[in-house]
Design a protein around this ligand. Structure first.
Ligand SMILES: Cc1cc2nc3c(=O)[nH]c(=O)nc-3n(C[C@H](O)[C@H](O)[C@H](O)COP(=O)(O)OP(=O)(O)OC[C@H]3O[C@@H](n4cnc5c(N)ncnc54)[C@H](O)[C@@H]3O)c2cc1C
Length: 233
């Protein structure tokens, strides 16, 4: 094994896939067990090894998925079926019993403790993070989530406004900007979390800053993917 690959392997955690199944809509549930002792904050993600361990093919080696839940020994992921990328293929082909390598949970897209309120805005992929974060807030939060099909609504709980986009693209969603523009009763000090398709995140952020004069410090943004880009982190 090349020295680089050996080093990478040292940095990864190993879990066993004990459940791999299609659940609602286009979602695939993946449960990885035997991964005790990890630090995890709701909203954080793992970078999963979905391709061969090689520095030369680094771009297709790791893909990022939010931790839907972690109970101290097992970690749950929700992967959205969307095409032929290495991540989508990995989720489709993974079998129970397989060993899965990933980097320990990381990332700063987490709940801002002490905020006056919390509003989450994004599409399907973002709803994994929103579910974990909203659970930790015991429902003291609102979300606006766009999905292509009502069957793709993850059980994220709390006060959720679902927006159906049908067969239209998730890219630069005008529907999400309009839904945020129509939001009433936002208390000053409320934090707005934007995640999912990158151009939509930008458009909603621009609306908040320029049309609503929402303070920049109260907007948290994490783009997850955008058409044409591979393996955003
Ligand atoms: C912090 C973070 C957390 C994330 N959490 C999750 C999660 O919990 N669940 C989840 O399913 N995804 C999640 N994502 C998104 C996921 O990492 C991307 O969708 C990733 O691109 C998938 O890799 P891939 O190999 O399938 O496709 P890639 O090879 O990376 O991309 C190939 C092409 O597929 C298209 N594409 C990529 N993603 C999507 C999509 N979601 N819908 C439609 N078209 C797409 C784009 O055109 C892209 O150019 C997260 C991303 C980040 C950065």
């Amino acid at each position: 094994m090349a020295r680089g690959a050996w080093l990478l392997e040292r940095l990864l955690v190993q879990g066993t896939a004990t459940a791999v199944e299609d659940i609602e809509g286009r979602w695939r549930r993946i449960r990885l067990e035997g991964v005790g002792g990890l630090d995890w904050e709701p909203g954080q993600h793992v970078r999963v090894q979905v391709g061969e361990l090689s520095l030369r093919a680094a771009r297709d080696m790791l893909r990022t998925y939010t931790v839907w839940d972690y109970d101290g020994d097992a970690l749950e992921l929700r992967v959205f079926e969307h095409g032929e990328g290495p991540g989508a293929r990995w989720a489709r082909e993974l079998e129970v019993g397989a060993q899965v390598m990933f980097r320990a949970p990381e990332g700063g897209f987490t709940v801002r403790q002490g905020a006056a309120g919390h509003v989450f805005v994004g599409e399907e992929t973002a709803s994994v993070a929103f579910g974990a974060m909203m659970r930790s807030l015991n429902g003291r939060a609102r979300a606006i989530v766009e999905v292509s099909d009502p069957a793709d609504r993850l059980p994220i709980g709390g006060d959720v406004q679902w927006i159906d986009r049908g067969t239209e693209s998730a890219y630069d969603s005008k529907r999400l900007v309009e839904a945020v523009a129509a939001l009433e009763g936002l208390t000053p000090g409320t934090v707005v979390y934007l995640a999912g398709e990158a151009k939509t995140c930008q458009s909603v952020k621009r609306h908040l800053l320029h049309d609503r004069n929402w303070p920049r410090r109260d907007i948290v943004v994490k783009p997850f993917w955008t058409p044409g880009r591979r393996g955003m982190d």
